[in-house]
Design a binder for this molecule. Sequence first.
Ligand SMILES: *Cc1c(COP(=O)(O)O)cnc(C)c1O
Length: 351
Amino acid sequence: MSRFWSPFVKQLVPYVPGEQPKVENLIKLNTNENPYGPSPKVVQAIQAELNDSLRLYPAPNADALKAEIARYYGVSTTQVFVGNGSDEVLAHIFHGLFQHGQAVLYPDITYSFYPVYCGLYGIEAAPQPLNDDFRLSLADYLQPNGGIIFPNPNAPTGVGMSLQDVEAIVQGSPDSVVVVDEAYVDFGGETAIALVDRYPNLLVTQTLSKSRSLAGLRVGFAVGHADLIEALERIKNSFNSYPLDRLAIVGAVAAFQDQAWFERTRTAVIDSREQLSAALIELGFEVLPSQANFVFARHTQRDAAELAQGLREQKVIVRHFKLPRIDQFLRITIGTEVQNQALISALKTLL
Ligand SMILES: *Cc1c(COP(=O)(O)O)cnc(C)c1O
């Protein structure tokens, strides 16, 4: 803290990202990155862009990428917004579509950036408790609100929601924007993009960080009614005209064009998840049903913080949240077969 800080900055509570350790040889299962690399075509496209053109600004509206996403999902380019990671897209959503003087609803156990954005933009939040199965109670989302947001599948639980339930929430609040954060949808969920033409209050966000192995490139997007997209464009053009650089634009386009790589890697993650879940259950864990690239598991006998520490001593890092209701869970990112095996061996030593 310093006397130069504004009162606003003094009261901010920033997001704390998962650790990116500097030491080598750690098995890193703590931040839901993809264990496989991006498509080689993405790397080629970025390398081909490494030339004199870097002296020029990128296309301010990343038109090539918007066109590619529109083609991929069968929507119009006016229904697509792109940003520097979906975190930035979410920030503009909170700023531009959630400030209506009424509380925004989201689950009590969810992505911890939502309360941070509420703090940043002065938005009141009303977290709604997940039920004992860690599912959303639909009735909670029928109360008056200034907006609704939830991930599907949810994080950090991995639990998914049917499209029918998503639609019920969207229908229940026709006068506010409902945002479905689909960061993990490609690992077994159902996308709500299919519904955007029918609901002008529905906005779906996705990221290339997880299922397309591009967390380091920072590309995310939103799909929804053109009027919602226009609000996001107004915010973006009042903040940073060029959120996506030249490398990000060509890399992201190439990622959508290599469907075979996408299918192969996401199927490998899904298969490994099922194997890892079974192995964890055998070791005495209770594992929530996951549709994501991670599992959320608690041991029936052993303390989660101690297990996380014991794993770290064996060079395996997983995520533990010291939060009410979930402090006995570990969130474990699905790794390669070899990494998952190392995790299981380390757990066997501890148990
Ligand atoms: C990872 C994640 C994001 C952010 O993704 P980026 O595109 O890397 O900013 C958004 N929402 C949820 C639920 C996530 O887990």
